[in-house]
Design a protein. Structure first.
Length: 277
């Protein structure tokens, strides 16, 4: 009579052990399945950039002393140029974080970022097989040397005194092609429809200028030169890139040489910030 309870108790103990084993195994498996993946880089961890105070274009024509006018011109534009470059650097930081991590490159967040960058920097994916578009983005998302921006602004706007700079905040001669988008040039040839684009501020004009150099097919040589120098560990200078802008003006190569000369004469490369790949 006493042996049966012992057997029953032994059986119950074995069954209980098996139940605990299977429950424990199943719990561990389920925990593994729902565990969140580890993200190596936080792509959204980008610093906030404060734009410089908006100040209307000064009356540079009022300066009697040429040296004072030039200094005032450069001091006015430099913070705006650097701010535009900082905006580009934010995009570049996002791009490099995605590019450097193959796992992140396949994540929904990374795909969203690359789609946004492809759109902003005018990448047509059909032209780039597989992931080769990443190299093209690498070439396009780059800063413009301050010396180049300052020299072109001075040359295109007559040191901030031209009609287009004063009436349209346009210091770089940018065109637009929608009726009413800007100011019709007095010497526009018959059959031409372009206007000199109007901007709400000089800062907007500079951002458009930087974006134009970084995206328009006419300036691919400039981007290739910048990329090549960066790959060699050199920081591109304004005069390095100026001579590549053969399509910025009808004057062709002479225009680029004139801009480079203006940079050297005014020692503008002293304003250039170092860049790296």
């Amino acid at each position: 009579m006493n042996s049966l309870p012992k057997i029953a108790l032994g059986s119950l103990a074995i069954v209980a052990a098996l139940i605990i084993f299977f429950i424990g195994t199943r719990s561990t498996t389920e925990t593994t399945q729902i565990k969140a993946p580890t993200i190596k880089h936080v792509i959204t961890d980008i610093p906030v950039i404060t734009s410089p105070e908006a100040v209307a274009l000064p009356d540079f024509a009022s300066y009697a002393d040429v040296k004072e006018k030039k200094l005032a011109f450069f001091n006015y534009l430099l913070p705006l140029v650097r701010f535009s470059n900082q905006l580009v650097q934010v995009d570049r930081d996002r791009f490099k974080r995605v590019q450097s991590d193959p796992i992140n490159l396949k994540s929904p967040e990374a795909k969203k970022i690359t789609r946004r960058l492809n759109s902003r920097y005018r990448i047509v994916l059909e032209r780039f097989p597989d992931l080769s578009f990443l190299e093209e983005l690498d070439k396009r998302i780059g800063q413009i040397p301050e010396s180049l921006a300052l020299a072109q602004a001075a040359k295109e706007s007559g040191w901030g005194t031209s009609r287009f700079s004063k009436q349209a905040n346009n210091l770089f001669g940018q065109w637009c092609f929608t009726e009413g988008c800007g100011i019709i040039p007095a010497r526009r040839s018959k059959g031409m429809i372009h206007e000199i684009q109007k901007f709400d501020s000089v800062g907007d004009a500079i951002e458009a200028y930087v974006h134009n150099l970084n995206t328009h097919r006419a300036y691919s040589s400039m981007r290739e030169k910048r990329y090549s120098l960066l790959k060699q560990g050199e920081s591109p200078s304004g005069s390095d890139l100026a001579i590549t802008l053969t399509e910025y003006s009808e004057r062709g190569a002479i225009y680029g040489q004139e801009v480079a000369s203006l940079i050297r004469y005014n020692k503008l490369e002293e304003y250039d910030s170092p860049q790296s790949i």
